[in-house]
Unconditional design. Structure first.
Length: 172
């Protein structure tokens, strides 16, 4: 059996408060351009670049934008301590949320009134990483563990790697 961690690392049109300074929500097409033009995105443990769990270019991370949000499928390496940590903590639901690292390229602000914090709507952004975290800024995000048969996982991994290689060469 192979382990797959999947869920939504971004929930579109979901509002959260950032540092008690402003409210934020992500527009449905915010990452479309980034995923097309910069398809190599990392999966990390708690935003730590020293603890990679997967990446799109390697075929170990799959990202898909749909009407709900940015869905991810991650095949962590079961032979590494961080892979086992991810599998164990997500499997027990000690970690059940996600976050993401990005650079905003287009946004709008709604100043609201004196009773509300300003609202930032991220309309377009460059996505650098998605992360498993026990304390997500957007609590509606999700991560769960499933087990797939070895043959199905191997076939899916071959397809993901081939698609990632095509994207890297500009083949769509």
């Amino acid at each position: 059996m192979a382990d797959l961690i999947s869920g939504y690392c971004v929930m579109f049109n979901s509002e959260t408060t950032i540092g008690n300074l402003f409210r934020e929500k992500i527009a449905p097409s915010a990452f479309d351009r980034s995923l097309r033009e910069r398809p190599d995105v990392l999966a990390l443990w708690n935003h730590n670049y020293d603890r990679p769990l997967g990446r799109t270019a390697a075929g170990t991370l799959d990202l898909r934008s749909d009407r709900i949000g940015l869905w991810f499928g991650l095949n962590p390496d079961e032979t590494t301590p961080d892979g086992l940590t991810a599998i164990g903590t997500v499997g027990r639901q000690d970690v059940k949320g996600c976050s993401f690292g990005f650079t905003v390229t287009r946004e709008t602000w709604d100043e609201g009134d004196y009773e509300q914090l300003p609202l930032r709507i991220v309309e377009e952004a460059t996505l650098w990483e998605v992360t498993l975290t026990p304390m997500p800024a957007y609590p509606e995000t999700s991560a769960s563990l499933s087990r797939a048969s070895t043959n199905a996982t191997a076939a899916a991994e071959r397809i993901r790697r081939r698609e990632a290689a095509h994207r890297a060469r500009g083949i769509r």
